[in-house]
Each structure stands twice: as structure tokens, then as C-alpha cells.
Design a binder for this molecule. Structure first.
Ligand code: 57M
Length: 358
């Protein structure tokens, strides 16, 4: 919006020329999302409390979680709203990649919202039937995958970190890969969201990392220098990523231990879907396994735990996802959370360093 309203006036007011720069608009987007979160956060928490939209805590989890019963949830509505508003205000809305990201964030967010609503408001512990929950995610991801596949300026090359000459063109097989990455990331973030601030911290780190990746991938000079794939128009996603960083930081203000609000599936599915889509559009799909290593670790811990129990009748971890394992080992909740944040920052730095190690 600002890009159209203010930039054209730079001929009259030269300082408005600054609105042409992605860097400036990314900072503006970050601060706007942060401000929206700070302003609406307290109101939303009160509203959720008044509407009795409180978390039902299962009794088979760690004892320490029982005191969380009734904590307002579905705070992810604020995260998605702040991201949407900020993106609409600061980005170039003729850029189709921006709309892909908004489609996935809101589409996955709506799926999560319905699941949360059925569980928390309608008191239906099953929530949205898995076939509808997964079906909805597959449908939204497939729309993005097909749009990307038939987009002339987009390619189906799978780029590998470290090996600049290893870049196979997957052709049609890129479509199922895109769907797997978006749906897989969404559910991995969902599993991770089991301690106060545990998911939103690595989401913020990953969003900041993909802000950088989007900027580099959309800049022909830098992309050529780094020998990464140049994709015209992808730089505009830096503004969306800035909104994710600002909205995550703002939500963390209220979700930090002891949490005043949980994001709910509306937040975890929406944010996870956005991260998966960012990884695909910036052609840094494999690097997401490093940047989002915390999410990968959490999902794998569940897969290995369930697999081991079914095959051997024995658990590997005291409880999965792995954050519960450390809780049951006696680590205080904040210790688990901050250590996972530290790991996510280390992984982001490693991922960024691979851009030069090629
Ligand atoms: C998503 N949801 C949290 C909150 C948040 C297959 C199995 C691994 C599934 C998994 C599961 O149920 N996952 C659902 C995780 C829940 O958080 C809500 O869900 C939203 C995110 N989707 O926004 O609304 C609980 O997490 C805690 N929480 C916080 N702070 C936060 O900021 O403390 C969440 C956010 C909340 C609150 O207690 O109630 C969750 O954990 O359910 N199941 C599990 O994760 C269970 N693990 C398990 O059963 N392990 C088994 C097998 C299946 C692997 C095993 O180890 O043998 C654990 N979760 C629970 N109880 N609740 C352990 C048992």
C-alpha cells in the first residue's frame, strides 16, 4: 500500500524515495507487525479469557503442565493478523510470491482455527477430523505447488548447499516435493509448540534467516556472486519475512514463560506453512532442514518414538516430542526453551555460512 501511495510522490518529496528500497520496507514491516502485536495483544488475551477460550491440558503429559489448564489459546489469530496487515501495508502487492505466502499463512491458519475452535469452544477433544485437517493442508500446498510449477520465471531445480554444481531439475517431481515441505514444516512446528515460547523463538530465527535468503535470491548481482539461483521478484518476500519476525517477537512478549496465551494450531500451522513456502520459493529447500533443525528434531523424535514403541514395544525417549523428554529429566521449562532457542540461532548461522561455502 505505502509502496503505491508514497513512493510515486518522491518526485515532489525526495525523501519518499526511500520506499523503493526493500531493506527500508522490511524494517517498516517488522516494526508495524510488532506494534500491532503490542497494541492488540492485551485486548485479545482479555477477549479470549472472557470467551472462555482456554487450553484443555491433557492429563497424560508432564505434571508441570497441569497448571496451564485454561490458559487462553488461539493467540495465533493475532500473529496471522499482524503479518497480514504489515505485508499489505509495506509490500508490492503486484508480486505474486507475496500472495502465495499470504494464501498459505491464512489457509493453514484457517485449518488450525477450525481445529482449535472444535477442541476449545465446542469441547470436542478430537477437533477437526485428521482427513479434513491433512486434506486441507494438501489442497492449499498443491495450489501453491502447481502455480509455481507453471510459473515461467520459476524453475524446478533442487539446489544443494555446499555443492554448487549439484542442482538436479526435478521437473514434475518438484510438485510432490513442494507439498511435502510445506505440509511437513507446518506439522513439525505444530509438534514443537508444546512449551511456552518454544515454537515462536525458532520461527522468529527462521523468518529472519529467510528474510536474508529472499533478499539475496532476488538480487541478481549478489545471487551471481554467491552462485545461488537468482529469481526475479523474490526479494519482495523480505517484507513478508520482516512481518513474521515482528509478529513473532510481539507474540513472544505474551507467550514467554509463564505464558499468558498459547498460539493454538491457528498459529503453529499458519507459521509452519509459511516457513515451508518460503524455503520453496527462495530455492533453499534443503537448508530449511538446518535452519528449522529444531522442528526437524522434534518431528523425528516423535517418529522414532512411535516407531520404536510399535516395533520393539519400548520407548527411546521418556516422552516425545523431545522437549518433554528433557522436562521429565528434570530440566526446568525455561531451561529447555532457551537452550532450544540457542540451538536454533546456531543452526541459522550455520545455514547462512553455507552460502559462502560452495
Ligand atoms: C501439538 N500441542 C501441545 C497449544 C499450542 C503423535 C503425538 C506426538 C501428538 C502430540 C500432540 O498432541 N501434538 C499436538 C502440540 C499443547 O499445545 C496446544 O497445541 C497448540 C499447538 N498445536 O498452541 O494450544 C500443550 O502444549 C503445552 N504448551 C505450553 N506452552 C505453549 O506456548 O506449555 C503449548 C504451547 C498445551 C500445553 O500443555 O496443552 C501438546 O503437547 O499437546 N502429542 C504430544 O505431544 C504428547 N506426546 C505423546 O503422547 N507422546 C507419546 C507418543 C504419541 C509419541 C510418547 O512419548 O510415547 C504430549 N503432549 C501432551 N500430553 N499434551 C505428551 C502428553
Amino acid at each position: 500500500m505505502f509502496y503505491y501511495l508514497l513512493y510515486p510522490l518522491h518526485t515532489e518529496f525526495s525523501f519518499l524515495n526511500v520506499f523503493r528500497y526493500i531493506t527500508f520496507r522490511s524494517v517498516g514491516s517488522t516494526l508495524t507487525a510488532l506494534l500491532v502485536s503490542f497494541i492488540l495483544g492485551p485486548w485479545l488475551i482479555r477477549k479470549l479469557g472472557n470467551l472462555q477460550i482456554g487450553q484443555q491440558v491433557r492429563d497424560d503429559g508432564p505434571e508441570t503442565h497441569l497448571k496451564k489448564q485454561g490458559t487462553p489459546t488461539m493467540g495465533g489469530t493475532l500473529i496471522i493478523f499482524a503479518i497480514g496487515i504489515s505485508t499489505l501495508l509495506w509490500s508490492d502487492l503486484t508480486n505474486r510470491y507475496v500472495w502465495f505466502l499470504l494464501l498459505v499463512s491464512i489457509g493453514f491458519g484457517v485449518i488450525g482455527f477450525i481445529d482449535d475452535y472444535l477442541k476449545v469452544v465446542k469441547k470436542n477433544p478430537e477437533g477437526l477430523w485428521p482427513r479434513y485437517k491433512m486434506g486441507g493442508q494438501l489442497a492449499v500446498s498443491a495450489i501453491v505447488a502447481l502455480f509455481l510449477y507453471f510459473q515461467p520465471s520459476y524453475n524446478t531445480i533442487l539446489a544443494f548447499p555446499f555443492f554448487k554444481n549439484l542442482a538436479p531439475d526435478l521437473g514434475l517431481f518438484y510438485i510432490p516435493l513442494v507439498i511435502f515441505i510445506i505440509v511437513g514444516t507446518s506439522n513439525a512446528v505444530n509438534l514443537t509448540d508444546g512449551l511456552d515460547g518454544l515454537a515462536i523463538g525458532p520461527v522468529m530465527t527462521a523468518s529472519a534467516t529467510y528474510l536474508l535468503f529472499a533478499y539475496l535470491t532476488g538480487n541478481v548481482k549478489i545471487a551471481n556472486y554467491l552462485q545461488i539461483l537468482y529469481i526475479p521478484g523474490v526479494g519482495e518476500l523480505s517484507i513478508f519475512c520482516g512481518a513474521m519476525v515482528g509478529a513473532s517477537l510481539g507474540f513472544l512478549w505474551f507467550n514467554t514463560y509463564p505464558a499468558q496465551v498459547f498460539m493454538g494450531d491457528v498459529g503453529s500451522l499458519g507459521l509452519g506453512g509459511a516457513l515451508g513456502t518460503l524455503a520453496v520459493i527462495t530455492k533453499q529447500e534443503i537448508l530449511l532442514a538446518i535452519v528449522g533443525g529444531i522442528f526437524v528434531m522434534e518431528a523425528l523424535s516423535v517418529i522414532f518414538q512411535v516407531g520404536s514403541f510399535k516395533l520393539r514395544g519400548k520407548r527411546i525417549f521418556r516422552m516425545a516430542p523431545i522437549h518433554h523428554h528433557f522436562e521429565l529429566k528434570g530440566w526446568a521449562e525455561p531451561k529447555v526453551i532457551v537452550r532450544f532457542w540457542i540451538i536454533s540461532i546456531i543452526l541459522a548461522l550455520v545455514a547462512i555460512s553455507t552460502l559462502k561455502l560452495r
